[in-house]
Design a protein around this ligand. Structure first.
Ligand code: NAG
Ligand code: NAG
Ligand code: NAG
Ligand code: NAG
Ligand code: NAG
Ligand code: NAG
Ligand code: NAG
Length: 506
């Protein structure tokens, strides 16, 4: 298992964000693995929670501890282990363990006996030290799962629904879920978000925590084939149809736009979901009964360089040829081009972090330049000078033929290699004095230490695992896996997941 995970990490270096170094991911994965190996699933979960319900995570508990399930048993609400020692309250698709919804507190509670989920009219997560982490702030009578929609309902004559998770999506939309202009999807690493404009779907990147609304990198306007978007007729909304398309609507049952998936009009055992992924792509999946099949990508494989950070910070993406680095003095081997510590904020401080060196490179452009603002300038020198004199500027890309000067006011991400050598980039590379101390040797040392410690843990874990397997025989962990509480899909719920949810709030 451990080996498999390792391989999986290795296969996806371009997808993992540079902010989460491979070792860190690896550590998380290993710890999650341990958590999973050291426990078992709790007894059959209830189908509703009534007032007075309380539960705490089992300290030796698994990666997922079920509290509630839907009638068919396809979906389950429970404690999901995150970063080894923390938890999220999540709704998962049981056969695949895929998390479809996660409650988003500003901080993550600890996976310990002291943490409680209770229902007293509100569904509440709390612990004695912090108090309330998250609450639905309702006055309902029962909590239940209508398929994957977590609902809090009154049990009076009205049976009204006071709160539902469909109104507070995390990174995923499921079938028949209504995504409105007041909602947003946020990728699990907090870097990307999706929201609706007056007549379009926008994907936004938040590469600079300091600056507000983020940079749009993908935009899909209503094609208005069957109906037009009419001003003043109310906001648009999206619905993922069981028939395999993402429909955009305004006020009427006829869509103003339809994006069909490759499984269009294919039904079956299918559940569908659309997720804003940690790489910034929006992907649609179709459940075949045994696996999720990819059937839609906002940014197709043939345009992977158009992803907002296809090769990470200071990366250079060449369509069909993969990644290299803008600065030819750095190698892309390690999966990224720059140390991520020097890669946030701006150059405005008085201190060391305002120091930088400059890297220039020809033959490149911005991946989503059509969606970026620019200024027309007479020369490359003028364009560069504007950036040099502005401490919030991280770099500029100048197109000689048009005179367009594009300013980057966030840490440099990936640029796209083009044949046109008159397209020139000027980039600042932060050189914080304190940070430079951590040389290659030190880094390698830490790396070795981590690997050594982890290897030991893996060994110990394996022995423990084998012993417990023997003891339990057929009721051991294999059963857990079959119940769909494996560890795979949880690994990208990094610590950053819950960091910058504010990015999408307008
Ligand atoms: C439910 O419990 C929370 C946390 O203990 C508390 O803040 C809230 O007031 C309670 N609500 C009701 C209706 O008792
Ligand atoms: C579950 O939700 C769907 C869609 O919102 C609704 O049509 C259906 O009536 C709900 N089921 C129950 C039992 O309330
Ligand atoms: C979805 O939300 C919009 C805006 O709130 C509303 O007008 C529409 O009726 C909703 N559609 C469904 C199917 O719930
Ligand atoms: C839900 O579970 C039932 C069997 O329990 C299965 O037949 C059905 O296809 C499942 N539906 C989804 C959407 O997974
Ligand atoms: C690196 O780039 C600089 C400036 O673009 C160029 O002068 C130099 O020859 C390049 N070095 C290599 C090894 O490609
Ligand atoms: C840039 O454009 C100017 C005027 O259009 C031209 O004179 C100059 O040669 C161009 N520079 C390069 C490097 O192509
Ligand atoms: C500096 O650049 C930012 C964008 O990065 C821009 O909003 C601001 O107006 C610039 N300031 C000056 C003084 O040019």
């Amino acid at each position: 298992m451990a080996v498999l995970l390792l391989f999986e990490m290795k296969r996806q270096p371009t997808n993992s964000m540079t902010r989460f170094p491979a070792t860190q991911l690896f550590c998380t994965a290993i710890f999650v693995l341990f958590a999973a190996a050291g426990s078992r699933v709790s007894a059959a979960a209830a189908q509703e929670l009534l007032r007075g319900f309380t539960a705490s995570p089992d300290p030796s508990g698994s990666s997922f501890q079920s509290l509630l399930r839907d009638t068919a048993g396809n979906y389950s609400l429970g404690f999901l282990r995150v970063n080894r020692a923390q938890l999220a309250l999540a709704v998962i698709h049981v056969p695949s363990s895929e998390a479809l919804w996660v409650a988003n507190p500003t901080r993550l509670p600890r996976w310990s006996k002291a943490t409680r989920v209770l229902f007293n009219g509100s569904l509440v997560i709390s612990d004695p030290q912090t108090g309330v982490f998250w609450s639905t702030q309702t006055d309902g009578d029962r909590v239940w799962l209508n398929t994957s929609n977590l609902e809090i309902q009154k049990l009076d004559a009205s049976h009204s629904i006071l709160w539902q998770s469909f109104y507070f999506p995390s990174d995923t939309l499921v079938e028949n879920q209504n995504f409105t202009s007041t909602m947003s999807l946020v990728s699990s690493n907090g870097l990307y978000c999706m929201r609706l404009g007056s007549d379009f779907i926008g994907l936004y990147a938040n590469f600079n925590q300091a600056s507000g609304s983020g940079q749009i990198y993908w935009k899909h306007r209503a094609l208005e084939a069957k109906a037009d978007v009419i001003d003043g007729q109310g906001p648009i909304y999206l619905v993922l149809s069981p028939d395999g398309f993402l429909g955009m609507y305004q006020n009427r049952s006829v869509p103003v736009d339809v994006q069909s998936f490759s499984s269009f009009q294919q039904r079956g055992s299918g559940a569908r979901r659309v997720r804003l992924e940690p790489d910034g792509n929006l992907r649609g999946y179709f459940w075949t009964g045994s696996s999720w099949v990819l059937d839609y990508q906002a940014i197709p494989d043939s345009d992977q360089c158009e992803l907002p950070s296809a090769c990470g910070s200071y990366g250079l993406c060449q369509q069909g040829k993969g990644c290299s680095c803008i600065d030819n003095r750095t190698d892309y081997n390690s999966g990224h081009c720059s140390s991520s510590e020097n890669n946030s904020g701006d150059f405005c401080g008085q201190s060391n972090n305002s120091k930088y060196r400059v890297v220039r490179r020809n033959g490149l452009e911005l991946p989503y330049k059509d969606l970026m603002g620019f200024e027309k300038m007479g020369s490359q020198a003028q364009c560069e000078e504007a950036c040099e004199n502005n401490c919030t500027c991280w770099g500029v890309v100048y197109t000689n033929s048009s005179g367009f000067c594009y300013t980057l006011s966030y840490p440099i991400q990936t640029l796209v290699a083009v044949g046109d050598e008159t397209k020139v980039g000027y980039f600042k590379v932060a050189e914080g004095a304190g940070k430079k101390e951590m040389g290659v040797g030190y880094g390698v040392g830490i790396g070795f230490l981590c690997v050594a410690v982890l290897s030991f843990l893996v060994l110990v874990g394996f022995v423990v695992y084998r012993l417990r397997m023997k003891k339990r025989g057929h009721n051991g962990y294999m059963e857990e896996e079959e119940n769909g509480v494996g560890v795979g899909p949880y690994k990208d719920l990094g610590s950053a997941s819950f960091r910058s949810i504010e990015l999408c709030q307008r």
